[in-house]
Design a protein around this ligand. Structure first.
Ligand SMILES: Nc1nc2c(ncn2[C@@H]2O[C@H](COP(=O)(O)OP(=O)(O)OP(=O)(O)O)[C@@H](O)[C@H]2O)c(=O)[nH]1
Ligand SMILES: [Mg+2]
Length: 500
């Protein structure tokens, strides 16, 4: 690595020499040109401009090369490209690789298993989705009168995912899925509903009138799954025919704006009916509340579903599969995040322990806190590899050297924290200065590793300036947070060394 810096400086010197030679050459050429100019006084002015431009070009070219080589190669952050649809092979190979690396792939794998069992059953899945109390369960009840669904005026009545068998006029085997309504429970339920929508062939988005901003956002997210959608305006009985027509027009426009495909997606206005508490006079003349069923009017919904399913099932399956592959990929990513977090903890602890042992054995200088050595390099390399960053050796060296220059200022505080932290352990008594230094050394490594993980999580790459800045900004906070962990580690090592 030292050699690298040497080569860079040599190259820089070479550029300077080239620059001087080029300038000399240019002057020489200019002189000749001026001679020519003298001789051709009446000649064209363009000659002069050409020389000036040439000189400028050489200066700029040399400056650019020096900047790239010596100062640093700045990397552009990768722009988030729209994700390419995943194929079965893609997701299966990603799962295999992740499993080999030690990631817990069970939740992602469960999605593929569920997909396989849905294939085997050969049924079409229609998922009712929408805000709480829009009438999803009531719509299922209207389609499958024997369905045992909970309908309630109080939002949040459905709290789990349930499937109900329904056979349409074409005789297709269909499962209607009732999910918790969104926006009315704590977070977890919305995610459950969305996951189920991602597993379905068709999403029936239920609303009660014009779309709210949250509903529009949810529709946009569901349309991104590239599956057919039926936008169902329920409770149409609350509006006059004219109002219904206006609302339908509005919903068509909104769906079009949000990105719906009007040749594929449908908008219908229906009344699931729902239930109604009415006061009736009993035989004894007393008024009693009786729960009655409102008449349902869902013919247009049945027609819309039939139309959607008239076409071949294969394209529907293909769209559903892609959505499930993406769902599995998202779950895999979440599992990878957990894995990285656990593994990074191990790497940091391992390096911190090594740093402490080194400092205690005085192999590494406990007082000078040198983080640029072998332990710092291997920890940085291992963490970068874990987060899929492939920095140049130069970047690692620069990051460590920048961080090293920031350690000095934090050292007195770190030593104080180490000394105090050790006192907090019962029975430790007075500790030698060397041991306090070893703990301080460990604390610095611990903070270095943690701030590096933060930068890698945020940026996905090692930018030495950014990472060293993060380290500097967080060092005192992390030293305080890490003292118990690091002091315990040092005491364990001390006890271990004492027992030997
Ligand atoms: N006026 C009218 N009310 C309806 C209609 N459909 C459902 N309702 C009423 O709307 C309320 C909510 O109905 P649910 O079927 O429980 O709604 P949901 O979307 O399943 O609700 P959650 O499961 O809580 O998300 C109930 O009081 C129903 O009686 C309808 O077509 N017209
Ligand atoms: Mg419900």
């Amino acid at each position: 690595m030292k050699l690298d810096r040497f080569i860079r400086i040599v190259l820089a010197l070479a550029i300077v020499v080239v620059f001087i030679v080029a300038t000399g050459a240019l002057l020489f050429v200019t002189e000749s040109a001026l001679n020519v100019w003298d001789r051709l006084k009446t000649g064209p002015a363009i000659l002069l401009y050409t020389y000036v431009l040439l000189l400028l070009g050489i200066v700029l070219g040399a400056a650019f090369l020096i900047w790239r080589l010596v100062i640093r190669r700045q990397r552009r952050p990768k722009k988030g490209q729209p994700p390419k649809p995943l194929s079965r092979q893609d997701i299966e190979s990603r799962l295999r690789e992740a499993e080999k690396a030690g990631v817990d792939v069970s939740t992602a794998q469960a999605e593929l298993k569920e997909l396989a069992s849905r294939y085997a059953a050969g049924v079409i899945h229609l998922c009712f989705f929408g805000n709480v109390s829009t009438g999803k369960s009531s719509l299922i009840k209207a389609l499958v009168p024997e369905a045992d669904v909970r309908i309630d005026i109080v939002g949040g009545s459905t709290s789990d995912v349930r499937h109900f068998r329904w056979q349409n006029d074409n005789g297709s085997e269909i499962l209607l899925t009732d999910v918790p309504g969104t926006g009315g429970h704590e977070d977890g339920y919305d995610a459950v509903a969305l996951e189920e929508a991602r597993r379905a062939h068709v999403v029936l988005f239920v609303c009660e009138g014009d779309l709210t901003r949250a509903e529009a956002a949810a529709i946009r997210e569901l349309l991104a799954l590239d599956k057919p959608m039926v936008l169902v305006m329920n409770k149409a009985d609350r509006f006059t025919i004219d109002e219904q027509a206006r609302l339908m027009q509005r919903l068509f426009e909104r769906l079009d704006d949000i990105g719906g495909d009007l040749s594929r997606d449908r908008v219908v206005a229906v009344s699931a009916g729902g239930e109604l508490d009415v006061l009736e006079r009993s035989e004894g003349g007393r008024e009693v509340a009786v729960r009655r069923q409102r008449p349902a009017d869902i013919g247009v919904l049945v027609v819309a579903i039939n139309r959607l399913l008239e076409a071949e099932q294969a394209p529907l399956d293909a769209r559903r599969d892609r959505a499930v592959f993406q769902l599995a990929a998202d779950k895999l990513e979440a599992a990878e995040r957990v894995y990285r977090q656990q593994r990074s903890e191990q790497i940091i602890r391992h390096s911190t322990r090594k740093a402490i042992i080194g400092a205690m054995a005085a192999i590494s200088p406990g007082t000078d806190i040198l983080i640029q050595g072998y332990i710092g390099t291997t920890m940085t390399q291992a963490l970068c590899k874990l987060y899929g960053a492939a920095p140049r050796d130069l970047d690692i060296e620069e990051f460590l050297s920048l961080s090293q220059s920031r350690v000095g200022r934090a050292l007195p505080l770190t030593l104080a924290v180490a000394g105090n932290g050790l006192k907090a352990f019962p029975g430790v008594g007075t500790v030698a200065g060397g041991f306090v230094h070893a703990v301080a050394y460990g604390l610095i490594f611990d903070a270095l590793g943690r701030s590096l993980v933060m930068t890698l999580t945020k940026h996905g790459e090692l930018n030495p300036d950014v990472a060293a800045k993060e380290f500097e900004e967080r060092i005192s906070e992390q030293v305080e947070a890490g003292i118990k962990r690091v002091a315990r580690m040092a005491l364990e090592e001390k006890a271990g060394a004492g027992n030997k």
